[in-house]
Design a protein around this ligand. Structure first.
Ligand SMILES: C[S@@+](CC[C@H](N)C(=O)[O-])C[C@H]1O[C@@H](n2cnc3c(N)ncnc32)[C@H](O)[C@@H]1O
Length: 375
């Protein structure tokens, strides 16, 4: 796969992360190229305070790193990829801002890589609005299939008058002008819903999985979570808003729960929800990282996992593989990995290959809960 991005005046080496053998996909798309060519032709960025939002693997940050760039992202993997690609090109790190942190000061140029989640975009535009001035330039970029009337309407309603460029190689730019007089409704995020099983109000930041209501797979999973006196260290892997770990904590009051997710908003939501549920108890840890990061080997009794089907825009089973393989490393002998999935996803074979055993705990028409034991 091509790893050199060539622009008019420079070329850069860019890799996707985590690094996979025979990676079929490149680390930038036509939308990145379109916005970079536009900037090279039309805007002198050298004196501007630039904010890049949702850079996926760092293509935008790397190419603009000689200016005063900050990068805002909800994704730990995107941040790590960007830092690694900057290092690969001998460039100094840009300022990283997590999605749960406050922005500061005013930005002259903002480039937003528009993602699939409209809720995330809405939240980002609300937070951005406080940091614009009358000459700020706001440019969205995305593949055409990501830009809908609803996308443009968010820019119109939250930032100001908005137009789009012609499409080129199936990518398009969005130009929005800050209107200080615009009457803007309040940011609706974070949101919460009632988890009927426990009477808890579950808070969800804008980019959290199944933000508006309990996911049906998760509902089935929490109905069947194990309870065991031997489980001391329990991991909620890919925790989202933390419901799985919270219910596991209720079933296993002696255990310490460890929440892991690559989304800053997910981990912040899980932490808030756990603290609401257990006001007097602080037996939990929270980590934003890729899968289980550098967690010590043989340190967990039970891992609970509702695996994601995609990472950023790449759909596939590679994250499930990574999560199951790392779980095998991190479990103690006789430790158990419990996984929920849609029946058609065939996690059964993967677990069998990695653990050498797999059992079906329970299933219905749509879902299956599987368990593998580290022997
Ligand atoms: C299907 S959701 C499950 C969320 C929650 N456990 C539930 O059951 O509702 C999968 C979660 O995995 C997270 N995720 C995706 N890639 C990850 C990675 N590489 N490392 C850790 N978490 C990841 C996503 O952010 C998401 O919160």
């Amino acid at each position: 796969m091509q790893t050199t991005l060539t622009l008019e005046r420079a070329s850069f080496t860019l890799k996707r992360f985590p690094i996979r053998r025979n990676e079929p996909l490149q680390a930038w798309d036509a939308a990145d190229q379109l916005v970079l060519n536009h900037l090279a032709d039309q805007i002198d960025c050298s004196e501007l305070r630039v904010l890049i939002i949702n850079d996926q693997f760092g293509a935008l940050s790397v190419c603009l790193s000689k200016t005063q760039v900050s990068m805002l992202s909800d994704s730990y993997i995107a941040q790590q990829a960007t830092l690694a690609n900057l290092a690969l090109n001998n460039l100094t790190p840009v300022k990283m801002i997590n999605s749960t942190e406050q922005l500061s000061g005013q930005y002259d140029l903002v480039i937003i890589k528009v993602q699939k989640s409209l809720a995330q975009l809405e939240d980002q535009l609300h937070k951005l609005r406080q940091h614009l001035h009358s000459d700020s330039q706001i440019i969205g970029c995305a593949m055409v299939k990501m830009i809908h009337t609803s996308t443009l309407s968010l820019f119109e309603k939250i930032i100001g008058p908005t137009k789009t460029s012609l499409a080129k190689k199936k990518a398009r730019l969005i130009f929005s002008r800050y209107d200080s007089e615009l009457s803007v409704v309040a940011n609706p995020y974070p949101q919460s819903y009632l988890l009927e099983q426990s009477g808890l109000q579950i808070l969800n930041h804008a980019n959290v999985f199944s933000r508006a209501k309990l996911d049906i797979g998760c509902r089935y999973f929490i109905e069947h979570l194990p309870s065991s006196k031997e489980a001391i260290d329990i991991i909620d892997l890919g925790c989202g808003n933390g419901i799985v770990g919270i219910i596991a904590a209720q079933r296993n009051p002696q255990a310490q729960i460890h929440f892991y997710d690559e989304s800053h908003m997910a981990v912040a939501s899980a932490k808030f929800n756990y603290q609401q549920a257990f006001t007097n108890k602080c037996q939990a840890t929270f980590q934003v990282t890729d899968c289980l990061g550098d967690r010590e080997k043989a340190s967990a009794d039970l891992i609970l996992n509702n695996p994601p089907f995609h990472q950023q825009n790449a759909i596939g089973d590679f994250i499930a593989w990574q999560m199951f393989s790392q779980s095998f490393q991190v479990l103690k002998t006789q430790g158990e990995l419990w996984v929920i999935g849609n029946r058609h996803l065939d996690y059964q074979n993967k677990l069998k290959k990695i653990f050498g055993n797999v059992q079906q705990v329970v299933s219905n028409k749509k879902f299956v809960i599987l368990k593998s034991i580290k022997e």
